[in-house]
Design a protein around this ligand. Structure first.
Ligand code: SF4
Ligand code: SF4
Length: 103
């Protein structure tokens, strides 16, 4: 369903619903608490490591000791339904969401 280029849907009761899709996560603010991961039911987010050189890398048993901090990342943005549950539970306000405008 679309109106004025903005991707829209409806609630079960028929009211207009405008999804706001996940756009980015602020790596500087993120504390890797995993709250957002737990509430997202779409398998979108992935916990990553930041190594001593500042590179964001997958966490493995081999590099766990070299990880300075953990941050959440958006592994599969295409699966997002724009519910914003991740942003609501984030204690550090890391999330940016956007409406999708079709061309
Ligand atoms: S907006 Fe909803 S579906 Fe999208 S990443 Fe956040 S919790 Fe998952
Ligand atoms: S809830 Fe916020 S601080 Fe916690 S892992 Fe997710 S993005 Fe990072």
């Amino acid at each position: 369903m679309e109106k004025s280029g903005t991707v829209m849907g409806t609630t079960r009761g028929g009211a207009v619903w405008i999804p706001r899709f996940v756009e980015s996560i602020d790596e500087e603010k993120c504390i890797g608490c995993g709250r957002c991961f737990k509430v997202c039911g779409r398998d979108i987010l992935s916990l990553m490591g930041v190594d001593s050189e500042g590179a964001v890398v997958p966490i493995t048993v081999d590099n766990e000791d070299e990880i300075d901090k953990k941050v959440m990342s958006i592994a599969h943005p295409e699966r997002c339904i724009g519910c914003e549950a991740c942003a609501k539970v984030c204690p550090k306000k890391c999330y940016v969401h956007r409406e999708l405008v079709s061309s």
